[in-house]
Design a protein around this ligand. Structure first.
Ligand code: HEC
Ligand code: HEC
Length: 405
């Protein structure tokens, strides 16, 4: 009797399930009706990393989208050119083994200052206004992109930083940086039309756009979305420091001493670069480099208009810092030793210095040589060697001749 009752309950549920799944099948089999679904891509959830990701609702990440984005990121034809000496891709400047910066000893961009394709006024290419920023852990950044935060989610509400007549290119996220890279005279110096036409002309992309977006159409919206998905997929979660926090690695006594200096008032770095495993707050500070400021500076003040933001820039993540010289938005320091000497005894007081630069009146935190060596040893534990080599982020073989690297 008992058995029968159970059966009596289970059977209708089973029947309902079968009917449900049959009805979906029938729907998919209808001629002309195809339900497109790419495979969701999940950012790995390492311990202590924030769960709140900056992924716009109109561009969910998919395996196919990220993979297409990787191809486009490494494709110099995105610049709208096909001749060898005029190829420029994102990876011409953003190089994986340098945490997606260019590095200080690049044969072309000597000293780490990048420049775009040649123009009439600049036959050797126009220099980028600032030095580079890394493209690592951007998916966790909700506080604006670029050194001064010009690209940020708030732009939509503010109605600022919109390209006249083209509100769809509102500068609010990584998608918009693709537009900027293609069109700026100090980067690809091209047009969206030329860029899209060049990608449309490459036969292998048809299948890749279909896999990512459901059909073979190639347009700017899809190009920017795929590249942004790839950039968001670049995460660094496996430096020695991260492993130490997860109790998977130990720091040497020197590194540990540097760690303690960094995270205490002694060296006082953590207020701006600490607070989370990202090694940045993504906030904007004037870190006491100069007394005088030029109104032409592209600092935070140029965006916010707040006098307290004069000379302020975003505090970059210190993950992979060993690989991203030169340092600061203007590349003024060539080595980590120079950076540490600056924070120790090189600070310059002005009315705009951020209050968190607490030791500015004493020119810095005044570290002795042993402390400096320890602090540097700690900064070197922030390199994620796995990420810098990961095949997930490298140039696809078939694009090596086109990458403009
Ligand atoms: C000519 C060199 C060059 C090329 C090519 C280039 N970039 Fe950049 N990129 C830079 C520089 C320099 C900065 C820092 C600019 C600033 O803030 O003033 C930057 C900043 C960025 C940032 C902001 C990072 C942050 O955390 O704020 C993103 C994202 C980015 N680039 C993505 C791309 C993508 C995607 C492409 C290809 C479509 C690309 N870049 C092509 C030089 C380049
Ligand atoms: C008041 C906030 C603040 C404090 C405190 C601070 N920094 Fe910075 N840091 C910044 C800002 C802002 C920048 C970028 C400034 C610029 O580019 O002009 C920066 C840049 C850097 C850079 C260069 C990053 C790059 O990619 O170019 C390094 C390295 C660095 N800081 C390390 C440290 C260390 C080590 C300490 C402690 C001794 C420290 N910082 C303390 C705000 C701060």
């Amino acid at each position: 009797m008992k058995k029968l009752i159970t059966f009596g309950i289970v059977l209708p549920v089973f029947v309902a399930l079968v009917t449900l799944s049959c009805s979906t099948d029938t729907h998919e089999d209808l001629p002309g009706v195809e339900i497109f679904q790419a495979t969701p891509y999940n950012i790995p959830q390492a311990r202590f990393f924030p769960k709140n990701l900056n992924i716009p609702s109109d561009n969910p990440m998919t395996l196919e989208g990220v993979e297409l984005g990787r191809y486009l990121f490494y494709d110099g034809r995105l610049s709208g050119n096909s001749s060898n000496d005029m190829l420029m891709s994102c990876a011409t400047c953003h190089i994986q083994e340098h945490g997606f910066e260019v590095g200080i000893d690049h044969p072309k961009f000597t000293g780490g200052r990048t420049f775009g394709l040649p123009t009439e006024d600049h036959p050797n290419g126009k220099p980028t206004p600032n030095f580079m920023l890394p493209l690592v852990n951007s998916v966790y950044n909700h506080n604006g992109f670029l050194w001064n935060g010009f690209v940020n989610e708030g732009n939509e509400q503010l109605g600022t930083a919109t390209i006249p007549d083209k509100p769809e290119f509102n500068f609010k996220n990584i998608e918009s940086l693709v537009w900027m890279s293609i069109t700026s005279s100090h980067e690809m110096n091209s047009t969206i039309e030329k860029s899209v036409a060049a990608i449309q002309a490459v036969p292998m992309y048809k299948g890749k756009f279909k896999a990512a977006f459901g059909d073979e159409e190639i347009n700017y919206d899809r190009i920017s979305k795929a590249i942004a998905q790839f950039v968001r997929s670049i995460v660094a979660q496996n430096s020695k420091f991260h492993k130490y926090l997860r109790q998977e690695a130990e720091l040497t006594s020197l590194e540990k001493r540097g760690h303690d200096l960094f995270f205490s008032e002694d060296a006082d770095c953590f207020h701006c670069h600490g607070g989370s495993v990202l090694m940045t707050t993504n906030e904007y500070f004037n870190n006491a480099k100069d007394k005088k400021f030029d109104p032409a500076d592209r600092d935070r003040h140029a965006i916010s208009g707040d006098p307290m933001d004069i000379g302020a820039y975003r505090a970059p993540s210190l993950i992979n810092i060993e690989k991203t010289a030169p340092y600061m938005h203007d590349g003024r320091f060539k080595t980590l030793d120079e950076v540490i000497d600056f924070y120790s005894e090189g600070l310059v007081y002005s009315d705009y210095v951020h209050p968190l630069m607490k030791n500015v009146r004493q020119q810095g935190v005044q570290l002795n040589d042993a402390d400096k060596a320890a602090l540097k040893a700690f900064l070197l534990t922030l390199t994620d060697h796995e990420m810098l080599k990961s095949p997930q982020y490298t140039c696809p073989d078939e694009l090596k001749v086109w990458s403009g690297q």
